[in-house]
Design a protein around this ligand. Structure first.
Ligand code: ME8
Length: 518
């Protein structure tokens, strides 16, 4: 137990097991990993949750098509998502599967609570349903499809459904939801999504069908064996299952309400309308914040299996390197906006920002120290203005990064780091320590110390984004394993002259196109 330590609970969506993971799933999980790592390094007691969404008609149909049971399909694809998180070097503390007994118990407890509060009633559903989206749509939301047919606004096929159904009294929560958005200006981000959610709720809410009778692959409704629960009520509940619900002591008391549900923009309505309504109805506080990030395309095209342009994140890691992919995904696109993946953009970031800017800075400074300072942290003399400015910039980074991370603006945080990296390269060129070697070796030591200390601060702060490469840099500066949390940023823990250093080695390789490739 962590006593009074500040806590941070961050979640990814749980991914459908009807298919293999792709770059979009990797993106969301990675963003959460960077936040989880950053907060841990910054002294928080963190819980980072990811997992798989295994019930529903979509999974049932995919299993049927594959000629296997839904559970077998779920086992196979859930393992792929688990492996993806591991291969991305994600630090999740838990991996939840909605077919686990702990989850079934939790969802049934929440259901029972909603029945007791009068928020669930039995009725009859008649309307449009999209299996691909696992969502109900009103007639007015549909768009024209081929051959005079109708499609969901997402372009997914819809079918007419008519069956007995339990309903959640969503219409009764309209005013309370609006009040909640008003009282908590940061509860849905970015602002454009908040506006979208609020105008949807202001437009009026209909009661929501929360059970199905036309298939079986779901969690049974307590006391009514003909019904399975609507997959979204089931899925959203994972976030409280993982902290022990219905038990409200222990992890639940420590971590709930979650600090952040990270999701893609496709599922903001489920997280920012339905989920807080379910929770309020059950007398549970909603999460502090939902952040809906943008959508990746591939070389300008929508990523889709039918187009055949799905990007396999494991393939990217193999081709470019893990930390390069981690960096690229969070640097390339202002977080919240849509982004385009291209080989060219990947190589640009990898070669110019990682190899040239950051890698080269470390490489030239560490090899100069190796050659000229007896493989030890050099001693420094008095600092001039240029030195002080460099050190102040490096030591001032922590609060800039913290601020960016608290708003999930990864690109801004990385840009702040790169401002200092570029400044450090400028400082090396101006101070020309290689020339000082002959004219003023003591001054050369000061310059190299300032640079090494700058790199130490940078490497501490890039740890959350690029854990392996940053660790290699910190190893090369002989920073002890227990001196790598963010309390070590700043001048109080500056490098000690005379500390022996290992032989330097390159950390960020360049990507070299294969001969004959364009
Ligand atoms: O919606 N660009 O699961 P899902 C960016 N099971 N992100 C993308 C993306 C893309 N092109 N494609 C997918 C579900 N994502 C539900 C969630 S939560 C209680 C239940 C990411 O497998 C993004 O985070 O369809 C999106 O929200 C999520 O994958 C959808 O994953």
């Amino acid at each position: 137990m962590s006593g009074s330590k500040k806590t941070f609970y961050v979640t990814t969506p749980i991914y459908y097991v009807n298919d293999k993971p792709h770059i979009g799933h990797a993106y969301t999980t990675l963003a959460c990993d960077v936040l989880a790592r950053f907060k841990r390094l910054d002294g928080y007691d963190v819980k980072f949750l990811t997992g798989t969404d295994e019930h529903g008609q979509k999974v049932e149909k995919s299993a049927e098509a594959a000629g296997i049971s839904p559970q077998a399909l779920a086992d196979m694809n859930s393992a792929n998502f688990r492996e993806l998180a591991a291969r991305l070097n994600c630090s999740n503390d838990d991996f939840i599967r909605t077919t686990e007994p702990r989850h079934v118990a939790s969802v049934q407890a929440l259901w029972t609570k909603l029945v007791q509060s009068g928020d669930i009633y039995l009725g009859h559903y008649e309307g449009w349903y999209s299996v691909r989206d696992e969502a109900f749509y009103g007639e007015d939301e549909l768009v024209a499809g081929p051959n005079g047919g109708k499609l969901a606004p997402t372009g997914a096929p819809v079918e007419w459904v008519k069956e007995p159904s339990y309903f959640f009294r969503l219409s009764a929560w309209q005013d309370k939801l609006l009040q909640w958005y008003e009282d908590n200006p940061d509860c849905v981000a970015p602002q454009s999504r908040r506006n979208e959610v609020m105008s949807f709720v202001k437009g009026g809410l209909q009661d929501l069908s929360v059970s199905r009778t036309s298939f079986k692959w779901g969690i049974p409704v307590p006391g009514d064996a003909d019904h399975v629960m609507y997959v979204w009520l089931d899925a959203l509940t994972n976030y409280i299952t993982a902290v022990g619900y219905p038990n409200q002591d222990g992890a639940y008391a420590r971590y709930w309400p979650a600090d952040l549900h990270m999701v893609g923009k496709d599922i903001v309505r489920f997280h920012a309308v339905y989920w807080p309504a379910f929770l309020m109805a059950a007398g549970i506080k909603p999460a502090h914040r939902v952040f809906a990030h943008g959508w990746w395309t591939n070389e300008g095209q929508k990523i889709s299996k039918s187009v055949g342009n799905v990007i396999d994140p494991l393939g990217l890691i193999e081709k470019y390197g893990l930390d390069q992919v981690r960096y690229f995904l969070l640097r390339e696109v202002p977080f919240g906006n849509d982004g385009d993946y291209s080989h060219r953009a990947m190589v640009m970031r990898m070669n110019s920002e990682l190899a040239n800017d950051y890698g080269n800075l470390a490489q030239r400074v560490l090899s100069m120290i190796g050659k000229n300072c007896g493989n030890a942290v050099p001693a420094h003399g008095a600092f001039n203005d240029d030195d002080r400015e460099m050190l102040d910039a490096a030591h001032g980074l922590l609060h800039k990064l913290r601020d960016a991370m608290d708003r999930q603006l990864f690109h801004e945080g990385l840009e702040a780091l790169w401002v200092v990296i570029r400044a450090a390269n400028g400082y090396v060129d101006r101070q020309a320590p290689w020339a000082l070697k002959k004219t003023d070796p003591a001054r050369m030591g000061t310059v190299l110390w300032v640079l090494a200390e700058t790199i130490r601060n940078l490497a501490l702060l890039t740890q959350a984004f690029m854990p392996d490469s940053s660790a290699k840099l910190l190893d090369q500066l002989a920073v002890a394993a227990d001196q790598r949390d963010l309390s070590q940023c700043g001048s109080h823990h500056a490098l000690k002259p005379g500390t022996p250093l290992p032989v330097p080695q390159g950390v960020f390789p360049r990507f070299v196109e294969e001969q004959g490739a364009d």
